[in-house]
Design a protein around this ligand. Structure first.
Ligand code: MGD
Ligand code: MGD
Ligand code: MO
Length: 733
């Protein structure tokens, strides 16, 4: 390889870390300060091989559309009319607005917004949070879009989010249930699909439960069980019925580790209210034949150990928490956790890795006055201090006068594209128009950026140093090296905040380089420092793969030695029944998992007008909205809405027709993919396409968030898969 390189070409190891479920190794070939091509991991296992997105990142880095200088808005919000200004003018304006808003309305009027994007240990939302905490605080969000239902359930049932096993343990499972899980697209750590394939080759049976026949179903599954969205809890509860009725539960496990089995049994069998949750009860709800439910239940209880992966998407529904709790109850009554080949059906984070969560410190938020806002079950208390992100637009529009505890006046966006990614875009447009000041840091003129008053250009992940770690599970670390120096005077979010700090009279903010931060993070965590080993070697190679001799199993200690290792729940046991939840006395958050019909279900009167259930899945060729504007990725396929041939025929729609998808909240245009790979009554659209309204307010970009509503589930789940729509052929006139 070396001999092929010209004198000037160097290969620098770095990473792709664009907020998807992977974190992958990239070897960037750099010539004259430009990345000319990339390779990925071809070293030892686990191979951290980048997908099409990671390999196309060079096009994003080098894109002519990159923002190259600070700008101020000169036209109406959303129109995209901006004028170049100097960094001095931009930063003086921002510092002035921060001071004005704090003085006039108090710190809680400032809302910094950030979600996923390219977060590492150094660069991420920490930059502006650290600054705002030093400046007097701000209002934060408490919920997140990805997996709040799973977070809620895992904390309730197990008292922990560390519920995942290492992937090498999959080979020990006799049965793997992939519930709403499509890692062939969403990655969930590079190597996951390979580990599943290896398990399958070794004889593990794999079953997927999904309204769509996914790439994962096609490549991995022995069986695909289609199901209606938002009804998964009913199926899991009916499986519990079969298991209890046939006495297939692991009674010894239940007696030792579980609390609340009897109460759950009474609900499941119908002793509580006369409704037996049989497979026949679940069939019309879920669309899954009773015999299929019964067979699956028996298989799960007898083909042990079995791994149930209760993935996020089915929980991104109204009452999605119940699906996660019901899955965990099933795991608990069959004793399928804490053992090799089992799986706790929880939030997936794996115990053991030192670094999960290690990042630049952000300090304390003074506006929260030391209140407990750490998540978990105190939904009411938490809601008064931090806002639920789904309601952001409504909160901005209505404020204190509308009964909310906040009057938000300023929104500061980094690492996020909220107008695009939050529900109810049309409401979002109105809300953004109401704000007094909007500051956006981004690399492109995104739909959100078009509304900024001041728009600041930031560096790409390959233009700065960082440290990256796997998404939840995985045994490796990446040194994400700076690969190139930007051609223009653009900054990192930290550099921007450091300059603001000095304008705000805050000392000591920008006193470290990226590498100094990395070294400090490593020093603060001795376990991490040890795992990384020689720093220079780590930086040079770009990756440290940790040798593990044994698969890592969540709750192994608790199961092997229960006396000395209680679960971190109030009872010290796995809680199918939660006293804490009982005390909340909230009908939407029952103390045992229950099936609660979603709003906007097919039985809603609204279904007469909007009879199709819309699910909004994660895009294969984008990470949310990242890469939406990058050729060649956005040329691979049009923005499809998947629709079953029965539903298409009824509407006179042919494959590849342009269609409009609509409900009372909005209207968007997409290309129909008429397919048997989705069940009748359900349509799916990938999230993340850039919102691009035409003069009639119809989104030509094809963003489903013009359709998704802003209600949130009582335990925090983001119901992006609970939405009724109608669909029709689209023509220009
Ligand atoms: N390529 C790519 N990968 C990503 C991301 C990305 O944007 N692009 N985003 C990353 C992030 S931040 C996250 S949070 C994760 C999300 O990861 P997931 O939540 O797993 O991703 P989705 O594609 O939304 O959904 C997975 C599957 O669930 C199915 N599904 C939807 N609703 C239901 C339901 O009600 N019941 C059942 N049984 N199945 C249902 C969908 O058809 C889909 O096949 O992905 C991560 N990985
Ligand atoms: N309908 C529907 N909506 C969804 C979902 C769904 O399934 N359905 N999924 C939800 C989920 S799980 C998630 S996690 C969210 C994701 O929501 P977001 O995190 O808001 O989405 P991204 O598209 O990743 O936006 C990241 C933005 O940050 C910019 N960026 C990249 N690098 C940097 C940087 O270094 N600094 C700064 N300042 N900016 C940078 C990118 O250009 C991009 O515009 O979307 C949610 N929205
Ligand atoms: Mo997410």
């Amino acid at each position: 390889m070396k001999s092929e390189l010209t004198q000037k070409e160097v290969v620098i190891p770095t990473a792709c870390g664009y907020g998807c479920g992977g974190r992958c190794l990239i070897k960037a070939h750099v010539k004259d300060g430009v990345v000319t091509r990339v390779e990925t991991d071809d070293g030892g296992e686990p191979q951290l091989r980048a997908c099409a997105r990671g390999r196309a990142h060079r096009q994003r880095l080098n894109s002519p559309d990159r923002l190259m200088y600070p700008m101020k808005r000169v036209g109406p919000r959303g129109a995209g009319q901006f004028q170049r200004i100097s960094w001095n003018e931009a930063l003086d304006t921002v510092a002035g607005e921060l001071k004005r808003i704090k003085e006039q309305y108090g710190s809680s009027a400032i809302y910094p917004h950030s979600l996923g994007a390219s977060i590492g240990a150094v660069h991420g939302r920490y930059a502006f949070l650290r600054l705002l905490n030093l400046f007097g605080g701000c209002t934060l969000r408490w919920s997140g879009p990805s997996a709040e239902g799973s977070v809620f359930a895992s904390r309730t049932t197990y008292g922990s989010l560390e519920t995942g096993n290492s992937r090498d343990d999959l080979r020990n499972s006799r049965l793997v249930l992939m519930w709403g899980w499509n890692p062939a697209n969403t990655i969930f750590t590079p190597g996951t699909t390979l580990a599943l394939l290896k398990a399958k080759e070794a004889g593990t049976k794999i079953i997927t439960v999904d309204p769509r026949y996914t790439e994962s179903s096609a490549t991995l599954a022995n069986q695909w069980i289609p199901i209606k969205p938002g009804t998964d809890a009913a199926m899991l509860i009916a499986m519990a019925y079969v298991i209890i009725k046939e006495s297939l539960q692991d009674q010894k496990f239940i007696d030792t580790y579980v609390t609340g089995f009897e109460k759950y049994r009474d609900y499941v069998l119908g002793t509580e209210d006369g409704i037996a949750r049989t497979p026949a009860w679940a069939e019309p709800i879920t669309g899954v034949p009773a015999a299929t439910i019964e067979k699956l239940a028996k298989e799960y209880a007898t083909l042990k150990p079995a791994a149930l992966f209760a993935n996020f998407a089915p929980g991104r529904t109204a009452y999605g928490e119940q699906y996660h709790r019901a899955a965990q109850a099933l795991v608990a009554i069959t004793g399928n956790l804490g053992v090799h080949g089992g799986h706790a059906a929880g939030f997936e984070r794996m115990p053991y890795m030192s670094m999960f969560g290690a990042h630049v410190p952000i300090g304390e938020n003074p506006t929260e006055h030391g209140a407990w806002v750490g998540g978990g079950l105190d939904t009411e208390g938490r809601n008064k201090i931090r806002l639920p992100f789904e309601k952001l637009w409504d909160i901005i529009l209505k404020g204190k006068a509308g009964g909310y505890p906040w009057d938000i006046k300023m929104m500061w966006v980094t690492y996020s594209n909220p107008l695009n990614q939050l529900p109810d875009i049309n409401k979002g447009v109105a809300a953004m128009n109401k704000l007094e000041f909007i500051l956006v840091h981004d690399q492109f003129m995104t739909p959100t950026a078009r509304f900024a008053d001041i728009l600041l250009p930031v560096k790409d992940i390959w233009e700065r140093d960082d440290l990256r770690y796997p998404w939840f599970t995985g045994e490796y670390y990446l040194f994400s090296n700076k690969v190139v120096t930007p051609q223009a005077d653009i900054k990192t979010d930290i550099e921007i905040c450091a300059e603001l700090a000095s304008r705000l009279g805050i000392k000591g903010y920008g006193d470290r380089t990226d590498e100094e931060w990395i070294k400090e993070i490593l020093k603060r965590d001795k376990g991490l420092e040890k795992e990384i080993g020689d720093y220079d070697e780590f930086k040079r190679e770009g990756v440290r793969k940790i040798k593990v001799t044994e698969p890592i199993i969540a709750f192994k200690k608790q199961i092997e030695e229960p006396k000395n290792n209680p679960f971190s729940t109030p009872s010290g046991k796995i809680e199918i029944y939660s006293q804490q939840l009982a005390e909340l006395a909230h009908p939407g958050i029952p103390p045992i998992p229950k099936y609660i019909e979603t709003w906007e279900s097919i039985h809603d009167p609204l279904a007469a007008k909007y009879p199709l259930q819309l699910i909004t899945i994660h895009p294969k060729f984008r990470t949310h909205s990242n890469y939406a504007n990058i050729s060649p990725l956005n040329k691979i396929e049009p923005n499809y809405v998947w629709i079953n041939s029965v539903d298409a025929q009824n509407r006179g729609i042919k494959n590849e027709d342009m269609v409009s998808v609509f409900n009372d909240r909005g209207r968007m245009v997409a290309t129909a993919k008429v397919t048997e790979r989705i069940i009748p009554g359900v349509v799916s659209i990938e999230e993340g396409a850039w919102y691009a309204p035409d003069v009639n307010g119809i989104d030509r970009g094809g963003n489903p968030n013009v359709l998704v509503g802003d209600s949130y589930s009582p335990g925090g789940a983001f119901p992006s898969n609970t939405c009724l729509v109608q669909l029709a052929r689209f023509s220009e006139k």
